[in-house]
Design a protein around this ligand. Structure first.
Ligand SMILES: Cc1cc2nc3c(=O)[nH]c(=O)nc-3n(C[C@H](O)[C@H](O)[C@H](O)COP(=O)(O)OP(=O)(O)OC[C@H]3O[C@@H](n4cnc5c(N)ncnc54)[C@H](O)[C@@H]3O)c2cc1C
Length: 342
């Protein structure tokens, strides 16, 4: 039976990222003992969060240099935690910080790594990992004889492990050599492309997609991007929805055109964009072409509003298509939401 290590950095306040609790559910699906390895500037709150999750113990690499996400120190901490755990399977959340070091850590341990894992299972006693290839178009289930096997689990693939309360697991500090040669890079700040308010909400129940139609000439012969922005942001705020977009609209924003300034390439859904995992999706002013709709793979209930009764959504890609003017529909929806709130 494999011993599994869940490996995760902690947040600046010392808590666990949500994706780590999801990866813990994957680690538990391996079966056998689960040990958690934490690294960061502060790890106490994360260890306390693990009370009642069935974790055998916590190994903690806590040191001031680990407060910064940096390859040298992060990789050293991960390798030290993995060695201290003696684990044969290492599960980690596919956070950018983990993704950066995980392959190097697998190499240092003489193990193997698989990324984009969405499921682990043990059929007939053999551990299998399910993962995606080629922009999530091909799904493969694989087994490996080599150990340790590092599995980077995609966020959103598993529910977060629930804590039943009770005593926190025992915490063993792990000392890591973090010499100055590992600390030559310094994090001096964060540049995020989103200029305005936060529009990407992975936990939202609804994905609201705004397509290029919002910026096209409307029935009055003129484009009305200001009105479009008002309606879209009004709906996002009222419904707590996450904002997705099509490539056409993202590209316009990227060209610096005065369109919808809150759009960035991070909002783009599709073949060359993201594949979000919300339970429901509403597409507006978007044609529903295949390179876009492929990003809706995990959206279970789909609706679309389009003036064109012959748009891509109407060809079996949406459960419901409203052939209507999205400006008029969203104005009415926002008014209904405001009335409900008031
Ligand atoms: C290699 C490759 C990769 C690609 N990757 C992606 C990708 O990752 N994501 C992606 O999105 N696209 C991608 N594309 C582009 C994709 O093929 C489409 O060009 C793009 O999705 C079209 O965007 P759209 O539907 O918003 O715009 P349009 O095609 O311009 O459609 C606008 C729609 O708005 C409707 N409309 C206009 N006004 C209103 C109104 N008032 N009310 C209701 N409806 C209205 C129109 O009827 C029309 O259907 C890719 C293309 C290629 C070749």
């Amino acid at each position: 039976m494999d011993t599994t290590l869940l490996l995760s950095p902690t947040e600046p306040d010392g808590t666990l990222p949500r994706a780590a609790l999801e990866a813990l559910s994957a680690a538990k699906a391996v079966g056998g003992t689960v040990i958690v390895g934490l690294f960061g500037g502060k790890t106490g709150p994360a260890a306390a969060q693990l009370a009642g999750t069935g974790v055998a113990k916590v190994l903690a690499a806590e040191a001031e240099p680990l407060a910064q996400p940096r390859y040298g120190t992060d990789a050293a901490a991960c390798a030290a935690l993995a060695r201290a755990s003696g684990a044969t399977v290492i599960v980690a959340p596919a956070l950018s910080r983990m993704a950066r070091v995980a392959a190097g850590v697998a190499q240092r341990l003489g193990g193997r790594i698989d990324t984009h894992v969405t499921q682990v299972s043990t059929e007939g006693g053999a551990l299998s990992a399910t993962r995606w290839y080629y922009k999530q178009r091909i799904e493969a289930k694989l087994q490996r004889a080599e150990r340790p096997w590092v599995l980077l689990v995609d966020p959103g693939a598993y529910p977060a492990a629930a804590a039943a309360g009770g005593a926190a697991p025992a915490v063993e500090p792990v000392k890591v050599e973090l010499g100055p040669e590992l600390q030559r890079s310094q994090v001096t700040g964060v540049h995020a492309p989103t200029s305005g308010e936060q529009t990407i909400r992975p936990d939202a129940k609804l994905l609201f997609v705004a397509g290029a139609g919002w910026t096209k000439k409307q029935a009055d012969g003129k484009p009305n991007p200001e009105k479009a922005g008002e309606l879209i942001l009004g709906f996002l705020r009222a419904a707590g929805a996450s904002l997705g977009t099509s490539k056409s609209l993202t590209d316009q924003a990227g060209e610096g055109q005065k369109v919808l300034e809150f759009m960035t390439h991070l909002n783009q859904v599709g073949q060359t964009g993201s594949t979000p995992r919300h339970p429901r999706g509403l597409s507006t002013c978007c044609h529903g072409e295949e390179p876009h709709v492929v990003g809706w793979r995990f959206i279970r209930e789909r609706r679309a509003i389009n003036l064109d009764a012959n748009c891509g959504w109407a060809r079996g890609k949406a459960d419901v298509v409203y052939v209507a003017d999205a400006f008029a529909v969203m104005e009415k929806v926002n008014a209904l939401l405001a009335a409900k709130k008031g």
